[in-house]
Design a protein around this ligand. Structure first.
Ligand SMILES: *Cc1c(COP(=O)(O)O)cnc(C)c1O
Length: 339
């Protein structure tokens, strides 16, 4: 694989650290739990979209874009990182937000990622849940074009083959770090949503014959749909990256047991996982993705699916800015211990 032939803006702080979570490992008494700190990618509180945007925004620049459009849920981490990239590149950013959760809380509507979108200078428009957001975004881009602008549209989550190259690259980075530390990885686990992260990771890990399996913890779709969507993008990504003969359908595995009520609604397990990482490790997860992913990992360890003597790597995909949109889920008052 030769990723250097793709245009890329090196805005991320890479490589991100690969660390052992000593206290969480001791608390659960199971496998060694390692964490890949993609919450520390450096752009506007970090997160997994930074790796994708390095390739996507380079493409936007190569095409002469003067405005970038993207879409997501109200508390989209992808929208916030796109706004930060656009600011640094000196281009405009227009974000279409979908009310996917129906949460009316003022922090959810205006704080967290929404606050940061505006702080980075992006313009926002809001749409009700269930809107065909890709269609509305295409129409919006058409409108900008009619005004003489040069829009570049990025799909939700930055999940197309170009964006997923960021996680092909992350797979190479992770395996190099594991080799350097003599770490045998038994499984990589992370939260999966718009699928680019898992598609890129699986393609990259297969492309170098690493033999490292990946489990995606779904935050929205059921298992069958999530696996099918990841698979489709993985095939297209592998083709772009030049490793299509290496990828197999059975390498795509998702678990949808931790979605709960739906996208963007934290479960009791999500809240517990966020508290555990905050209080045992000093690490901030998020209520929509990494908290659900970690809740899945904790539960699978408690059930004995992963055991002492094994090594699991949790990819921390970021999202802590979203915590400030969900403060009322934590029943804490400043100065009090957690309820
Ligand atoms: C977008 C996101 C994910 C999911 O990644 P996909 O590539 O969309 O599957 C996970 N965690 C966080 C914090 C995210 O913002």
């Amino acid at each position: 694989m030769n990723l250097a032939r793709f245009p890329r803006l090196r805005f991320g702080h890479l490589p991100t650290p690969l660390e052992l979570l000593k206290n969480l490992t001791r608390e659960l008494g199971g496998p060694e739990i390692w964490i890949k700190r993609d919450d520390c990618t450096g752009m506007s509180t970090g997160g997994n979209k930074t790796r994708k945007l390095e390739f996507l925004m380079a493409q936007a620049q190569a095409e002469g874009a003067d405005i970038v459009l993207t879409q997501g849920a109200t508390q989209s981490n992808h929208a916030r990182q796109t706004a930060a990239f656009a600011a640094r590149m000196g281009v405009d950013c227009h974000i279409l937000l979908e009310d996917r959760t129906g949460i009316k809380d003022s922090n959810y509507q205006h704080n967290g990622n929404v606050f940061l979108d505006v702080l980075h200078g992006a313009s926002l428009e809001h749409h009700p849940g269930g809107t065909d957001m890709e269609a509305v975004m295409a129409a919006s881009a058409e409108g900008f074009r009619a005004q003489g602008r040069y829009p570049y549209t990025i799909p939700g989550g930055g999940s197309n083959p170009t964006g997923a190259l960021g996680y092909v690259n992350a797979a190479l980075e992770l395996v190099t770090q594991a080799n350097d530390q003599n770490l045998r990885i038994d499984e990589v686990i992370h939260a999966t949503g718009s699928t680019g992260t898992q598609a890129g990771l699986v393609a990259g890990l297969a492309g170098i014959s690493s033999g490292v399996p990946v489990l995606g913890i779904s935050v929205r779709a059921d298992r069958k749909n999530q696996e099918e969507n990841v698979f489709q993008l993985m095939v297209a990504t592998a083709e772009l990256a030049g490793c299509s003969t290496a990828v197999n359908r059975e390498d795509v595995v998702a678990n949808a047991d931790y979605v709960g009520e739906g996208y963007g609604i934290p479960t009791p397990g999500t809240i517990e996982a966020i508290r555990m990482l905050a209080q045992l490790e000093g690490i901030l997860l998020d209520p929509v993705y990494s908290g659900k992913g970690m809740a899945g990992l904790i539960d699978l360890i408690r059930k004995g699916v992963y055991r002492r003597g094994q090594n699991v790597v949790f990819v921390h995909t970021g999202g802590s800015a979203g915590l400030f949109g969900y403060t009322n889920r934590f029943q804490t008052v400043a100065g009090d211990a957690a309820a």
